[in-house]
Write a protein that binds this ligand. Sequence first.
Ligand code: TXA
Ligand code: MG
Length: 321
Amino acid sequence: MVSTAIGMSIDRAVQLLRAGEIIGMPTETVYGLAGNGLAPTVVAKIYAAKNRPSFDPMILHAYSKEAILSFVKDIPDPLLPLVEKFMPGPLTILLEKKDIVPDVLTAGLPKVAVRIPSHKLARELLKHLDFPLAAPSANPFGYISPTTALHVKDQLEGIIPYILDGGSCEKGLESTIIEYEDNKIVVLRKGSVSIEDIESVVGKVDVRSHSSSNPKAPGMIKSHYAPRIATTLNSIHHTRKSYKLNRIGYLGWNKMSVQLDKNNQRVLSFAGDLNEAARNLFRYLRELDALDLDIIILKKVPNLGLGRAINDKLNRAAAKD
Ligand code: TXA
Ligand code: MG
């Protein structure tokens, strides 16, 4: 394959996708690795490019609610207020699929995950296509999700022909995934729509915690989002017993540590703003991961609103298996 181009041409992106290629696509959450979601060979290509196990299903991205209804059986009534409020937006819902959705996309599951991105270029792209786009986050399996076109290029150079450049992702965290089952709305993945935001529309919901043994959410294995360098949730006081101070990196919430080298630190939001923290999280993890360090300390953020999703990612980044 030739080298991977970055550009803003919708025409080029449309042409490639129609020809069965896979490309990098911006969304408001993170960049996706997109291809025709109704073509099994294209979906297989995405699994291969990401090194993703075939038991881990993908999200279908569509332009509109009408488009979604062409490949799912129906949208349960209790979900409609959430569809109205957050679609387009960073909410993904699981719905009973129709037969045109290939089994390889859902890893054989009867439900398909669907979302309507709100990013301007993603919308323009989808508007030009007569098929939905399968798009997992555009990172190799188990690594940090990309929030710029360059992040995608860093990891998929030579593997895909094109990355549609939509700038830095506005949200920075993946979509929130929900489903309706046993007459209840359940949050399966914490993401860019906070649980509080969902509950303000539909009242109390269930939140399921994930592990690799949870068949409902095969992708939510614990070590997701893990950087290359070891990470810990332990304190500096504890970590310095085993590591030299100048070999310790630090991802802070709203302030630096005075004990560590400034160059080895990133602060999610000096203003203590969780939206800003979410936007910076994956970028800073990548930046720290590129430094010559032995361990990175991750500081938890306040556990409310988007903070719950951020802390969930930090827990997974620091998980040992
Ligand atoms: O924000 C996002 O959701 C981004 C952008 C690109 O849209 N996409 C994304 O996709 O995060 P991915 O593949 O990295 O994560 C999707 C998660 C996976 O953990 C997968 O296991 C779960 O959704 N999933 C997809 N379909 C499912 C299904 N039918 N049942 C249960 N879980 C499903
Ligand atoms: Mg992912």
